[in-house]
Design a protein around this ligand. Structure first.
Ligand code: 5GP
Length: 214
């Protein structure tokens, strides 16, 4: 791991929320940054949707049935939850909050409804809205997955337009028109946020002592 990435552990965990319409490449960006060596854990969501061929339970999602999801909601075990394209998705509360308390930073990949809920309960969350370069590009990406029917793709395109209206509510805006650039921008946002003085209490103390001793 390079030195810059080793320096990225703050004293207080930061919560990063990657949001935006489905099909904008959020999960590719997540995979890249998780492999980059930055000290982040991915907040694995619970969902009632069926796993796709490459997806591993407990790694990409925790795949649950409706009854289990109902229980998670009733037990207040979800930090946020939303219906997305007729399936239910939610972020487990305990694992995210306890990671943050330990000083561990967390990355979530959630839809706009969920990102709004997270921001309203945890105002310090850093929100990043990922959008496609054009509607045509979004349709191409959804079709290229080869996992959804034409019907589902039409529904997702409509929902995407709705979600795009939410873009101004979020702090960072990332147009994913070139993957390597988008990856570099996301890494830049994460590293900059982790180096905020407010998240570097020990370093800030050391600097204050240096200032006193000179
Ligand atoms: P997919 O089914 O394609 O993996 O995800 C569909 C959408 O659900 C994506 O926009 C994804 O970001 C969102 N999503 C995934 N997990 C969660 C979650 O825990 N909560 C919310 N609100 N949305 C989620």
């Amino acid at each position: 791991m390079n030195r810059l990435l080793r320096l990225s552990r703050p004293d207080r965990g930061a919560l990063f929320v990657l949001t935006g319409p489905s099909g904008t490449g959020k999960s590719t960006l997540v995979a890249h940054i998780m492999a980059s060596g930055v000290d982040l854990v991915f907040g694995v969501s619970a969902t009632t949707r069926a796993p796709r061929a490459h997806e591993v339970d407990g790694h990409h999602y925790r795949f649950v049935d409706d009854t289990t999801f109902d229980r998670l909601v009733a037990d207040n075990a979800l930090l946020e939850h939303a219906d997305v394209y007729h399936h239910r998705y939610g972020t487990p509360r305990e694992s995210v909050l306890s990671a943050l308390e330990r000083g561990q930073s967390v990355l979530l990949d959630i839809d706009v409804q969920g990102a709004r809920q997270v921001k309203s309960s945890l105002a310090e969350a850093v929100t990043i809205f990922v959008c496609p370069p054009s509607p045509q590009d979004l349709r191409r990406r959804l079709e290229a997955r080869g996992t959804e029917s034409a019907d589902v793709i039409d529904r997702r395109m409509k929902m995407a337009q709705e979600q795009l209206k939410g873009a101004p509510e979020f702090e960072y805006l990332l147009v994913n028109d070139h993957l390597e650039t988008a990856q570099a921008v996301l890494l830049g946002i994460v590293l900059a946020e982790l180096h905020r003085r407010g998240r570097q209490a020990v370093t800030a103390d050391r600097v204050a002592r240096m200032a006193d001793s000179s």
